[in-house]
Design a protein. Sequence first.
Length: 180
Amino acid sequence: MKTNYLLKKTIVILLMISIPSIFIFSGCGKSPDDLYRHGMILIKMDRTFLKGLKSLRKFEKKFPNDSRTPDVALTYALANQTVRRFDESIETYKRIFENYPGTEEAYKSKFLLGYLYYDELNDTSRATIIFEDFLKEFPGSELSVSAEVILRNIDLPIEEWSIMKEFGFGLEAATAGNKP
């Protein structure tokens, strides 16, 4: 009888200790500040990069109305792009300009989505559509000149871009850094 009582008491104590620990270690018990700092620190180191990605995504899901969420999402998208996880980047860029219109991150994500299609995926038709939409939505922005240059030269190798010629850079200048 006494053994059953002690066993039940031990189980209750273990549960009382375990459940809060599970929430804390899974990030559920972290404040927005803790989760933000945690993700931003982890993403800067190679050995903890993937954990950092998970923390940033968790922050975005858990705190969609936090003022830092658009920045966290943009960092998440860019980080995924650097490790060639393009589907995740595309999805995140779209989510940013759909969920956070009017923010600086929405404007940047629209441009970066076009650039990802252009530079990484060589999908000039999608890039063209996105850059044209970008220019309609953000005319006169600091990235609009870049979008215009890319659109004017989208099917040309970079050494043939009009801007390269305007500044006196030809094939020799574009390939000079590639000499052994």
